[in-house]
Design a protein around this ligand. Structure first.
Ligand code: SAM
Length: 279
């Protein structure tokens, strides 16, 4: 295996700093630096970009991001035990790595960065979806970030890129694909991690579009989609009951049959319906 930097192998780093993995923090580490460099490359050209990494752990992906030329990496890690290992990386890349010992759910790290901004992370599974929804629903669009390159449980990744008619299609697909391009870039088996998790993982690359694909009010679209998929096996005339007195006419005008189920309806139709519900 070729070295990507002059720092010690990650197994040694973990042993030296006593970083035994904690399940409660979603700690499944990537120790193969060629793999972490490959994930960093999936984010595109990093030179000239600020990168936000959530959950650097012992720093495998952080080293990949820096070796691939990121202008600056801001790494937010909740577990203070990782700080000495991350400090060694900061010293090897002077001025290019800032580490924040914080809970990523409690702060707005994007505010600390200079565009263009890319978010790259092997996310802790317990907070991954919440962070993604936050990044996909900022107060204003386009968002502060250009792209998100994120590792998820494979099922979550499939829900992000899903198309109508598939089991995985739902709120997350519509939310991600309304204002972004989202594609699957890599599958990883449990054996890629130490310790191996119970499930497979996948990396998704999401690029922000300058404008939504179809106009709609974000709050109305979100409420509509949440209601439609809350009872995904029900016909929409029943699942959306109460939204408007003339609901069936509005559904038809939006190109949706009242007997359709949410899982077969495309983004364009949901946006048309959201527009018709706008006061
Ligand atoms: N990036 C490392 C890698 O690829 O080997 C570690 C990934 S591990 C799946 C998730 C990391 O997120 C852990 O280091 C964990 O301590 C950290 N973490 C968990 N919850 C967090 C939170 N709320 N805010 C910031 N970091 C968190």
């Amino acid at each position: 295996m070729s070295a990507i930097d002059t720092l010690p192998p990650l197994r040694d780093v973990i042993a030296q700093h006593g970083l035994s993995a904690r399940k409660a923090l979603g700690q499944n580490f990537l120790l193969d630096l060629n793999l972490t460099s490959k994930i960093a490359r999936a984010a595109g050209d990093l030179t000239g970009a600020d990168v936000l990494e959530i959950g650097p752990g012992p720093g495998g992906l952080t080293r990949g991001l820096l070796a691939e030329g990121a202008r600056h990496v801001l790494a937010v890690e909740k577990d203070a035990r990782c700080l000495p290992a991350l400090d060694e990386i900061a010293q090897a890349y002077p001025g290019r790595l800032t580490v924040l010992n914080a809970d990523a759910l409690q702060i707005d790290p994007l505010a600390h960065l200079t565009p263009p901004i890319k978010v790259v992370a092997n996310l802790p599974y317990n907070v991954g979806t919440e962070l993604l929804i936050r990044w996909l629903t900022p107060a204003n669009w386009p968002p502060a970030w250009d792209s998100l390159t994120l590792m998820f449980q494979r099922e979550v990744a499939e829900r992000i890129v899903a198309q109508p008619g598939s089991k995985a299609y739902g709120r997350l697909a519509l939310l991600a694909q309304w204002r972004c391009d989202a594609r699957m870039v890599m599958h990883l088996p449990p054996s890629a991690f130490t310790p191996p998790p119970k499930v497979s993982s996948a990396v998704v690359h999401i690029t922000a579009l300058p404008e939504p694909r179809y106009p709609a009010d974000p709050a109305i679209l979100e409420r509509l989609v949440a209601k439609a998929f809350n009872q995904r096996r029900k016909m929409l005339r029943a699942a959306l009951k109460g939204l408007a007195p003339d609901l069936e006419d509005r559904l038809i005008a939006a190109g949706i049959q009242p007997t359709d189920r949410a899982e077969t309806v495309g983004l364009e139709q949901f946006c048309a319906l959201a527009r018709s519900l706008q006061p």
